[in-house]
Design a protein around this ligand. Structure first.
Ligand code: DGL
Length: 441
């Protein structure tokens, strides 16, 4: 942990990580943190009252005085928090992202944690909520995720559920940028899960005073360990205050902001629940109920990688569709304008999408239509131009987000025959399509 000298001084004064101390002559008060592996062993890490962690160089004149003991236990056994009888068992799968990053006190740069259990050291209050076993599946930024990583996560979740009948829930820490794609993929791949599968992350790393990592992790752990919502979902800040996190259905969640802590929204849906840091859970939507774990869970893992997500915009060139025909793609989701438009009768004939879309459908490619409005529902009937596209065989994807429709089409084409996949694209399978659009949503 710390240097031999610091360790000796700490043990002489019976000071443990988590204790409130005063450091002299600097006059700084805060809680002693367990030392991150990568920083200098002569730097003492203190969590200030405002939430910031700072590194203080331990000099010959440095004195450290204990003010009071820790609020939380800091006992860690190998890969998890040591077990406490009566607390629910949950698994935490670490995959990378900002939630697993910290500032290196020596260089000032953010780095990914080498050992994911360090995450638990940062949030000791988790030890009061659940017995958590942490595992490091991989450590990547979410923009680098592919369907291979989605499959790995789905396999691991299935193994955990199949082999631990007492498991209450699973938390997955993940980069936020593509968390909603992964949430959709897991929703389709895993089908009906018997326990909560909760993805969480953070917009700001755990060393910033404004970090959302702690609250998101605490709230995700509450949902996983004691809610009866047996669904795949995303649990992140509900507003920029630290009052509640929202647990949003995996197929209806979307990242809507680059930096705000309340970046995730339920699109054309309400969150399934709001959860506070103290563990109060308010149900705000319908959901599938927790069941006892029995038998194997058999995920459908295949994914057709040759599916594209294409955006329409004024002056957009339809030959992008021909590019995908040539590349032998199996599916294309179009992010159309408004109710689901692509240009069909503009003054520039070469910019009309009709012929290219027809060629794609004739080549056996499934073409789905979503809306770049994000909120609301596509409709193939209102305008003549829409009827022309649906007449060609374009599948209107109801109120699905473009990202969910993209993931769904790749998954359908991986697991079902083409005709079935086409039919299922606009049928609800995992909460991705709601029958009615509610005004408040
Ligand atoms: N690029 C980001 C990602 O992994 C890092 C930031 C984050 O976790 O939100 O998604």
């Amino acid at each position: 942990m710390y240097s031999k000298k610091i360790d000796e001084i700490l043990s002489e004064n019976k000071i443990m990580p988590g204790d409130l101390v005063k450091i002299e002559p600097d006059g700084i008060t805060g809680e002693i943190m367990p030392k991150p592996d990568s920083s200098d062993s002569c730097i003492l890490v203190i969590k200030l009252k405002n939430g910031y962690n700072i590194g203080i160089e331990f000099r010959p004149e440095t004195k450290i005085k204990k003010i009071r003991g820790a609020d939380f236990r800091f006992e860690f056994s190998g890969e998890g928090i040591s077990e406490v009888a009566g607390l629910p068992d949950i698994a935490l799968i670490y995959t990378g992202g900002t939630i697993g990053s910290k500032v290196d006190y020596k260089t000032g740069g953010v780095y990914m944690l080498i050992k994911p259990e360090e995450l638990l050291h940062e949030v000791p209050e988790l030890s009061l909520i659940a017995n958590i076993k942490v595992e490091n599946l991989f450590s990547i930024a979410s923009e680098d995720m592919t369907y291979t990583e989605w499959q790995k996560i789905a396999v691991r979740i299935s193994e955990l559920i199949t082999n631990n009948k007492d498991l209450r829930g699973i938390v997955i820490t993940h980069g936020t940028d593509t968390m909603h794609y992964t949430a959709s993929a897991l929703s389709f791949m895993l089908g009906d899960v018997p326990i909560p599968v909760v993805l969480t992350g953070s917009q700001r790393s755990s060393d910033r005073g404004s970090s959302d990592a702690f609250m998101n992790l605490v709230c995700a752990t509450h949902i996983a360990s004691k809610s009866d919502i047996a669904e795949v979902g995303i649990c992140m800040h509900n507003s920029s205050n630290d009052d509640f996190c929202a647990f949003i259905r995996g197929t209806k969640a979307r990242k809507m902001h680059t930096s705000r802590r309340d970046a995730f929204a339920a699109v054309n849906d309400k969150p399934m629940a709001l959860v506070s840091q103290s563990g109060d859970i308010e149900i705000t939507n319908g959901y599938k109920k927790r069941r006892s774990i029995g038998g194997q869970i058999k995920p459908r893992l295949e994914f057709e990688g040759k599916v594209a997500l294409v955006k329409v915009y004024p002056n957009s060139d339809p030959s992008i569709i021909d590019f995908y025909i040539e590349k032998k793609y199996a599916g294309i989701i179009i992010e159309g304008t408004g109710l689901g438009h692509a240009p069909v009768s503009g003054s520039h004939e070469e910019l009309r999408w009709t012929e290219s879309i027809k060629r794609a459908i004739d080549a056996g490619i499934i073409v789905g239509m979503t809306s770049q409005c994000i909120f609301g529902r596509t409709n193939p009937y209102v305008y003549r131009n829409l009827r022309i596209l649906s007449g060609l065989g374009v599948v209107y994807c109801e109120d699905m987000t473009p990202e969910t429709a993209y993931v769904k089409l790749g998954w359908l084409l991986g697991n079902f025959k083409k005709d079935e996949a086409r039919k299922m694209l606009n049928q609800n399978l995992a909460g991705e399509i709601k029958a009615r659009t509610e005004f408040e949503e």
